[in-house]
Design a binder for this molecule. Structure first.
Ligand code: HEC
Length: 471
């Protein structure tokens, strides 16, 4: 019986696990995109300062700063944005497919806003210095409203991945879009964008040769106003934490050590930035030189990196909560793959099929690729060899059969008992240093034992079992 499962070719990235490869790029992209959005708002503010005569230096600042926004955020933002699509189709084609499928028109609208942003930005870049104040403001307003709305649209889709909310019952697109974490995250990201834009402006005024120190001080203090909204970040953070699923919350709060570490680090970096900037600048009127500005920006990149890592991490075992697992399987696929196997209908052969000592070990490698490789590598980051180094055969069989109980952030095992045994043999062969020969294992009693464990574990993820109090 064919499974109708939409197989896609699976690419691996050497020692980096796929999540890290996409996460690394995603962090750069998010940072640049937020810089672009905050930058637009900051430019509108300075244009207002210029045309109301409040700040004589503002106009000069705008033209200098805008070049950075264009060069950095447009060019690198666009390249990393395309890079994100390129990576997602390799890491989880089915997840991105579901995101496009469920939110088809939202993407279309988002791209329209993005287009508008580029056109307005380019016009300002080309003609801004020659235009009068009213026209400059119009272009900057279009630029920043359009870029903020591209955040608005994309935020609905990204927050849906973690908290799909009523969508899971109704299937209504807007229920998914305005999901429980939509508002806390869109406000949070807006404030982050403003903070990043202010920090970048500290660096830019130090680099622009046309300003002297006194003028720089004036401009820096104007831009500092954009850091003030960051004061309500803790409240937004708590709001966000209240709406995300309980198990996700627990992992960031100590249930998963790396996750909690990153969470704490994100808070520490953000607090350091806010404390230095607000106390130092507002209270003691400190001057920020290029080195300090760079340091603050680096802290902001780190805070973004840690926060995005946690946001992505706490979604495990799902890529779209309650809908699709990180390894691209949907709950029904797990039930079917328990019957027919996860490799049987896969049209994509192993790339290095000749390098295994026997067909069973090769099958195990195939099972690993289809079920585990999205979160593990064989021997590098989150490497299975290290994790199972001291496990004997029985432990391997039992713990993999009950994968969702072994660690609740793993999906249930989705294959037959024979596939599980093949995976175990592949792991043991790896742990043994990949010898040239290896004996196949087809013991009937062992397979029956594995089947009994699989049946006991069931096909539901542990997070769902725990949520209903059946733990
Ligand atoms: C959704 C991501 C994800 C998937 C898919 C996944 N794992 Fe894991 N797995 C993890 C994480 C995260 C850990 C925790 C690593 C740690 O504790 O350092 C882990 C831990 C483990 C461990 C060690 C458990 C322990 O108690 O120390 C084993 C063994 C393991 N995974 C095997 C597998 C196998 C085999 C598959 C495929 C059938 C798989 N995993 C699929 C994310 C995943």
């Amino acid at each position: 019986m064919p499974t109708d499962f939409p197989y896609y070719p699976i690419n691996e990235f050497g020692p980096a696990m796929k999540g890290m490869a996409i996460g690394g790029l995603g962090i750069v992209h998010v940072f640049l995109a937020q810089f672009g959005i905050g930058g637009g708002l900051l430019l509108c503010y300075f244009q207002w300062l210029a045309q109301t005569g409040r700040e004589p230096l503002a106009r000069q600042f705008i033209d200098g700063y805008f070049k950075f926004v264009v060069l950095v955020s447009f060019v690198l933002g666009a390249i990393t944005g395309v890079g994100m699509w390129f990576m997602t189709i390799q890491v989880s084609a089915r997840t991105i497919g579901a995101m496009v499928g469920e939110f088809h028109w939202v993407w279309a609208v988002e791209w329209l806003f993005f287009c508008l942003e580029i056109v307005a930005g380019y016009c300002f870049y080309r003609y801004g210095p020659r235009l009068d104040d009213r026209r400059r403001m119009t272009l900057l307003a279009i630029y920043s409203v359009a870029s903020w709305f591209s955040l608005f649209w994309i935020n609905g889709i990204l927050s849906w991945q973690l908290t799909p909310g009523r969508f899971l019952e109704t299937g209504v697109m807007w229920d998914g879009f305005f999901n429980p974490s939509f508002f806390p995250s869109v406000i949070f990201r807006t404030i982050t964008s403003m903070a990043i834009a202010a920090l970048a402006s500290f660096l830019v005024v130090n680099i622009l040769p046309e300003f002297d120190r006194a003028q720089r001080t004036v401009l820096i203090h104007r831009a500092t106003h954009f850091l003030a909204p960051a004061l309500i970040m803790p409240v937004l953070g708590i709001w966000y934490f209240m709406v995300i699923p309980a198990d996700s919350r627990e992992w960031a709060m100590g249930g998963n050590v790396p996750m909690m570490m990153f969470f704490v680090l994100a808070i520490v970096c953000s607090t350091l930035i806010s404390a230095y900037s607000l106390v130092g600048l507002l209270r003691y009127q400190l001057y920020i030189n290029a080195a300090t500005a760079t340091l603050l920006l680096v802290l902001a990149v780190l805070a973004t990196a840690f926060a995005e890592f946690v946001r992505e991490g706490v979604r495990k075992p799902y890529s779209i909560r309650g809908y699709m697992f990180s390894n691209s399987l949907m709950p029904d696929d797990i039930r079917r793959f328990r019957e027919v196997g996860c490799t049987h209908d896969d049209p994509y052969p192993l790339r290095d099929a000749d390098s295994y000592p026997n067909p069973q070990v090769a099958l195990g490698a195939h099972v690993y690729r289809n079920l585990c490789s999205v979160c593990h590598t064989p021997a590098a980051s989150n490497g299975l060899t290290h994790l199972t180094e001291y496990w004997d055969e029985t432990q391997l069989r039992l713990n993999i059969a009950m994968l969702q109980r072994t660690k609740p952030f793993m999906p249930p095992f989705a294959g037959t008992a024979a596939e599980l045994e093949a995976l175990v043999q592949w792991l043991r062969w790896n742990n043994d240093g990949k010898p040239a020969t290896w004996t196949e294992s087809h013991d009937e009693a062992t397979l029956q034992q594995i089947q009994a464990w699989l049946d006991e574990a069931g096909t539901e993820p542990w997070v769902a079992v725990a949520a209903e109090g059946r733990r």
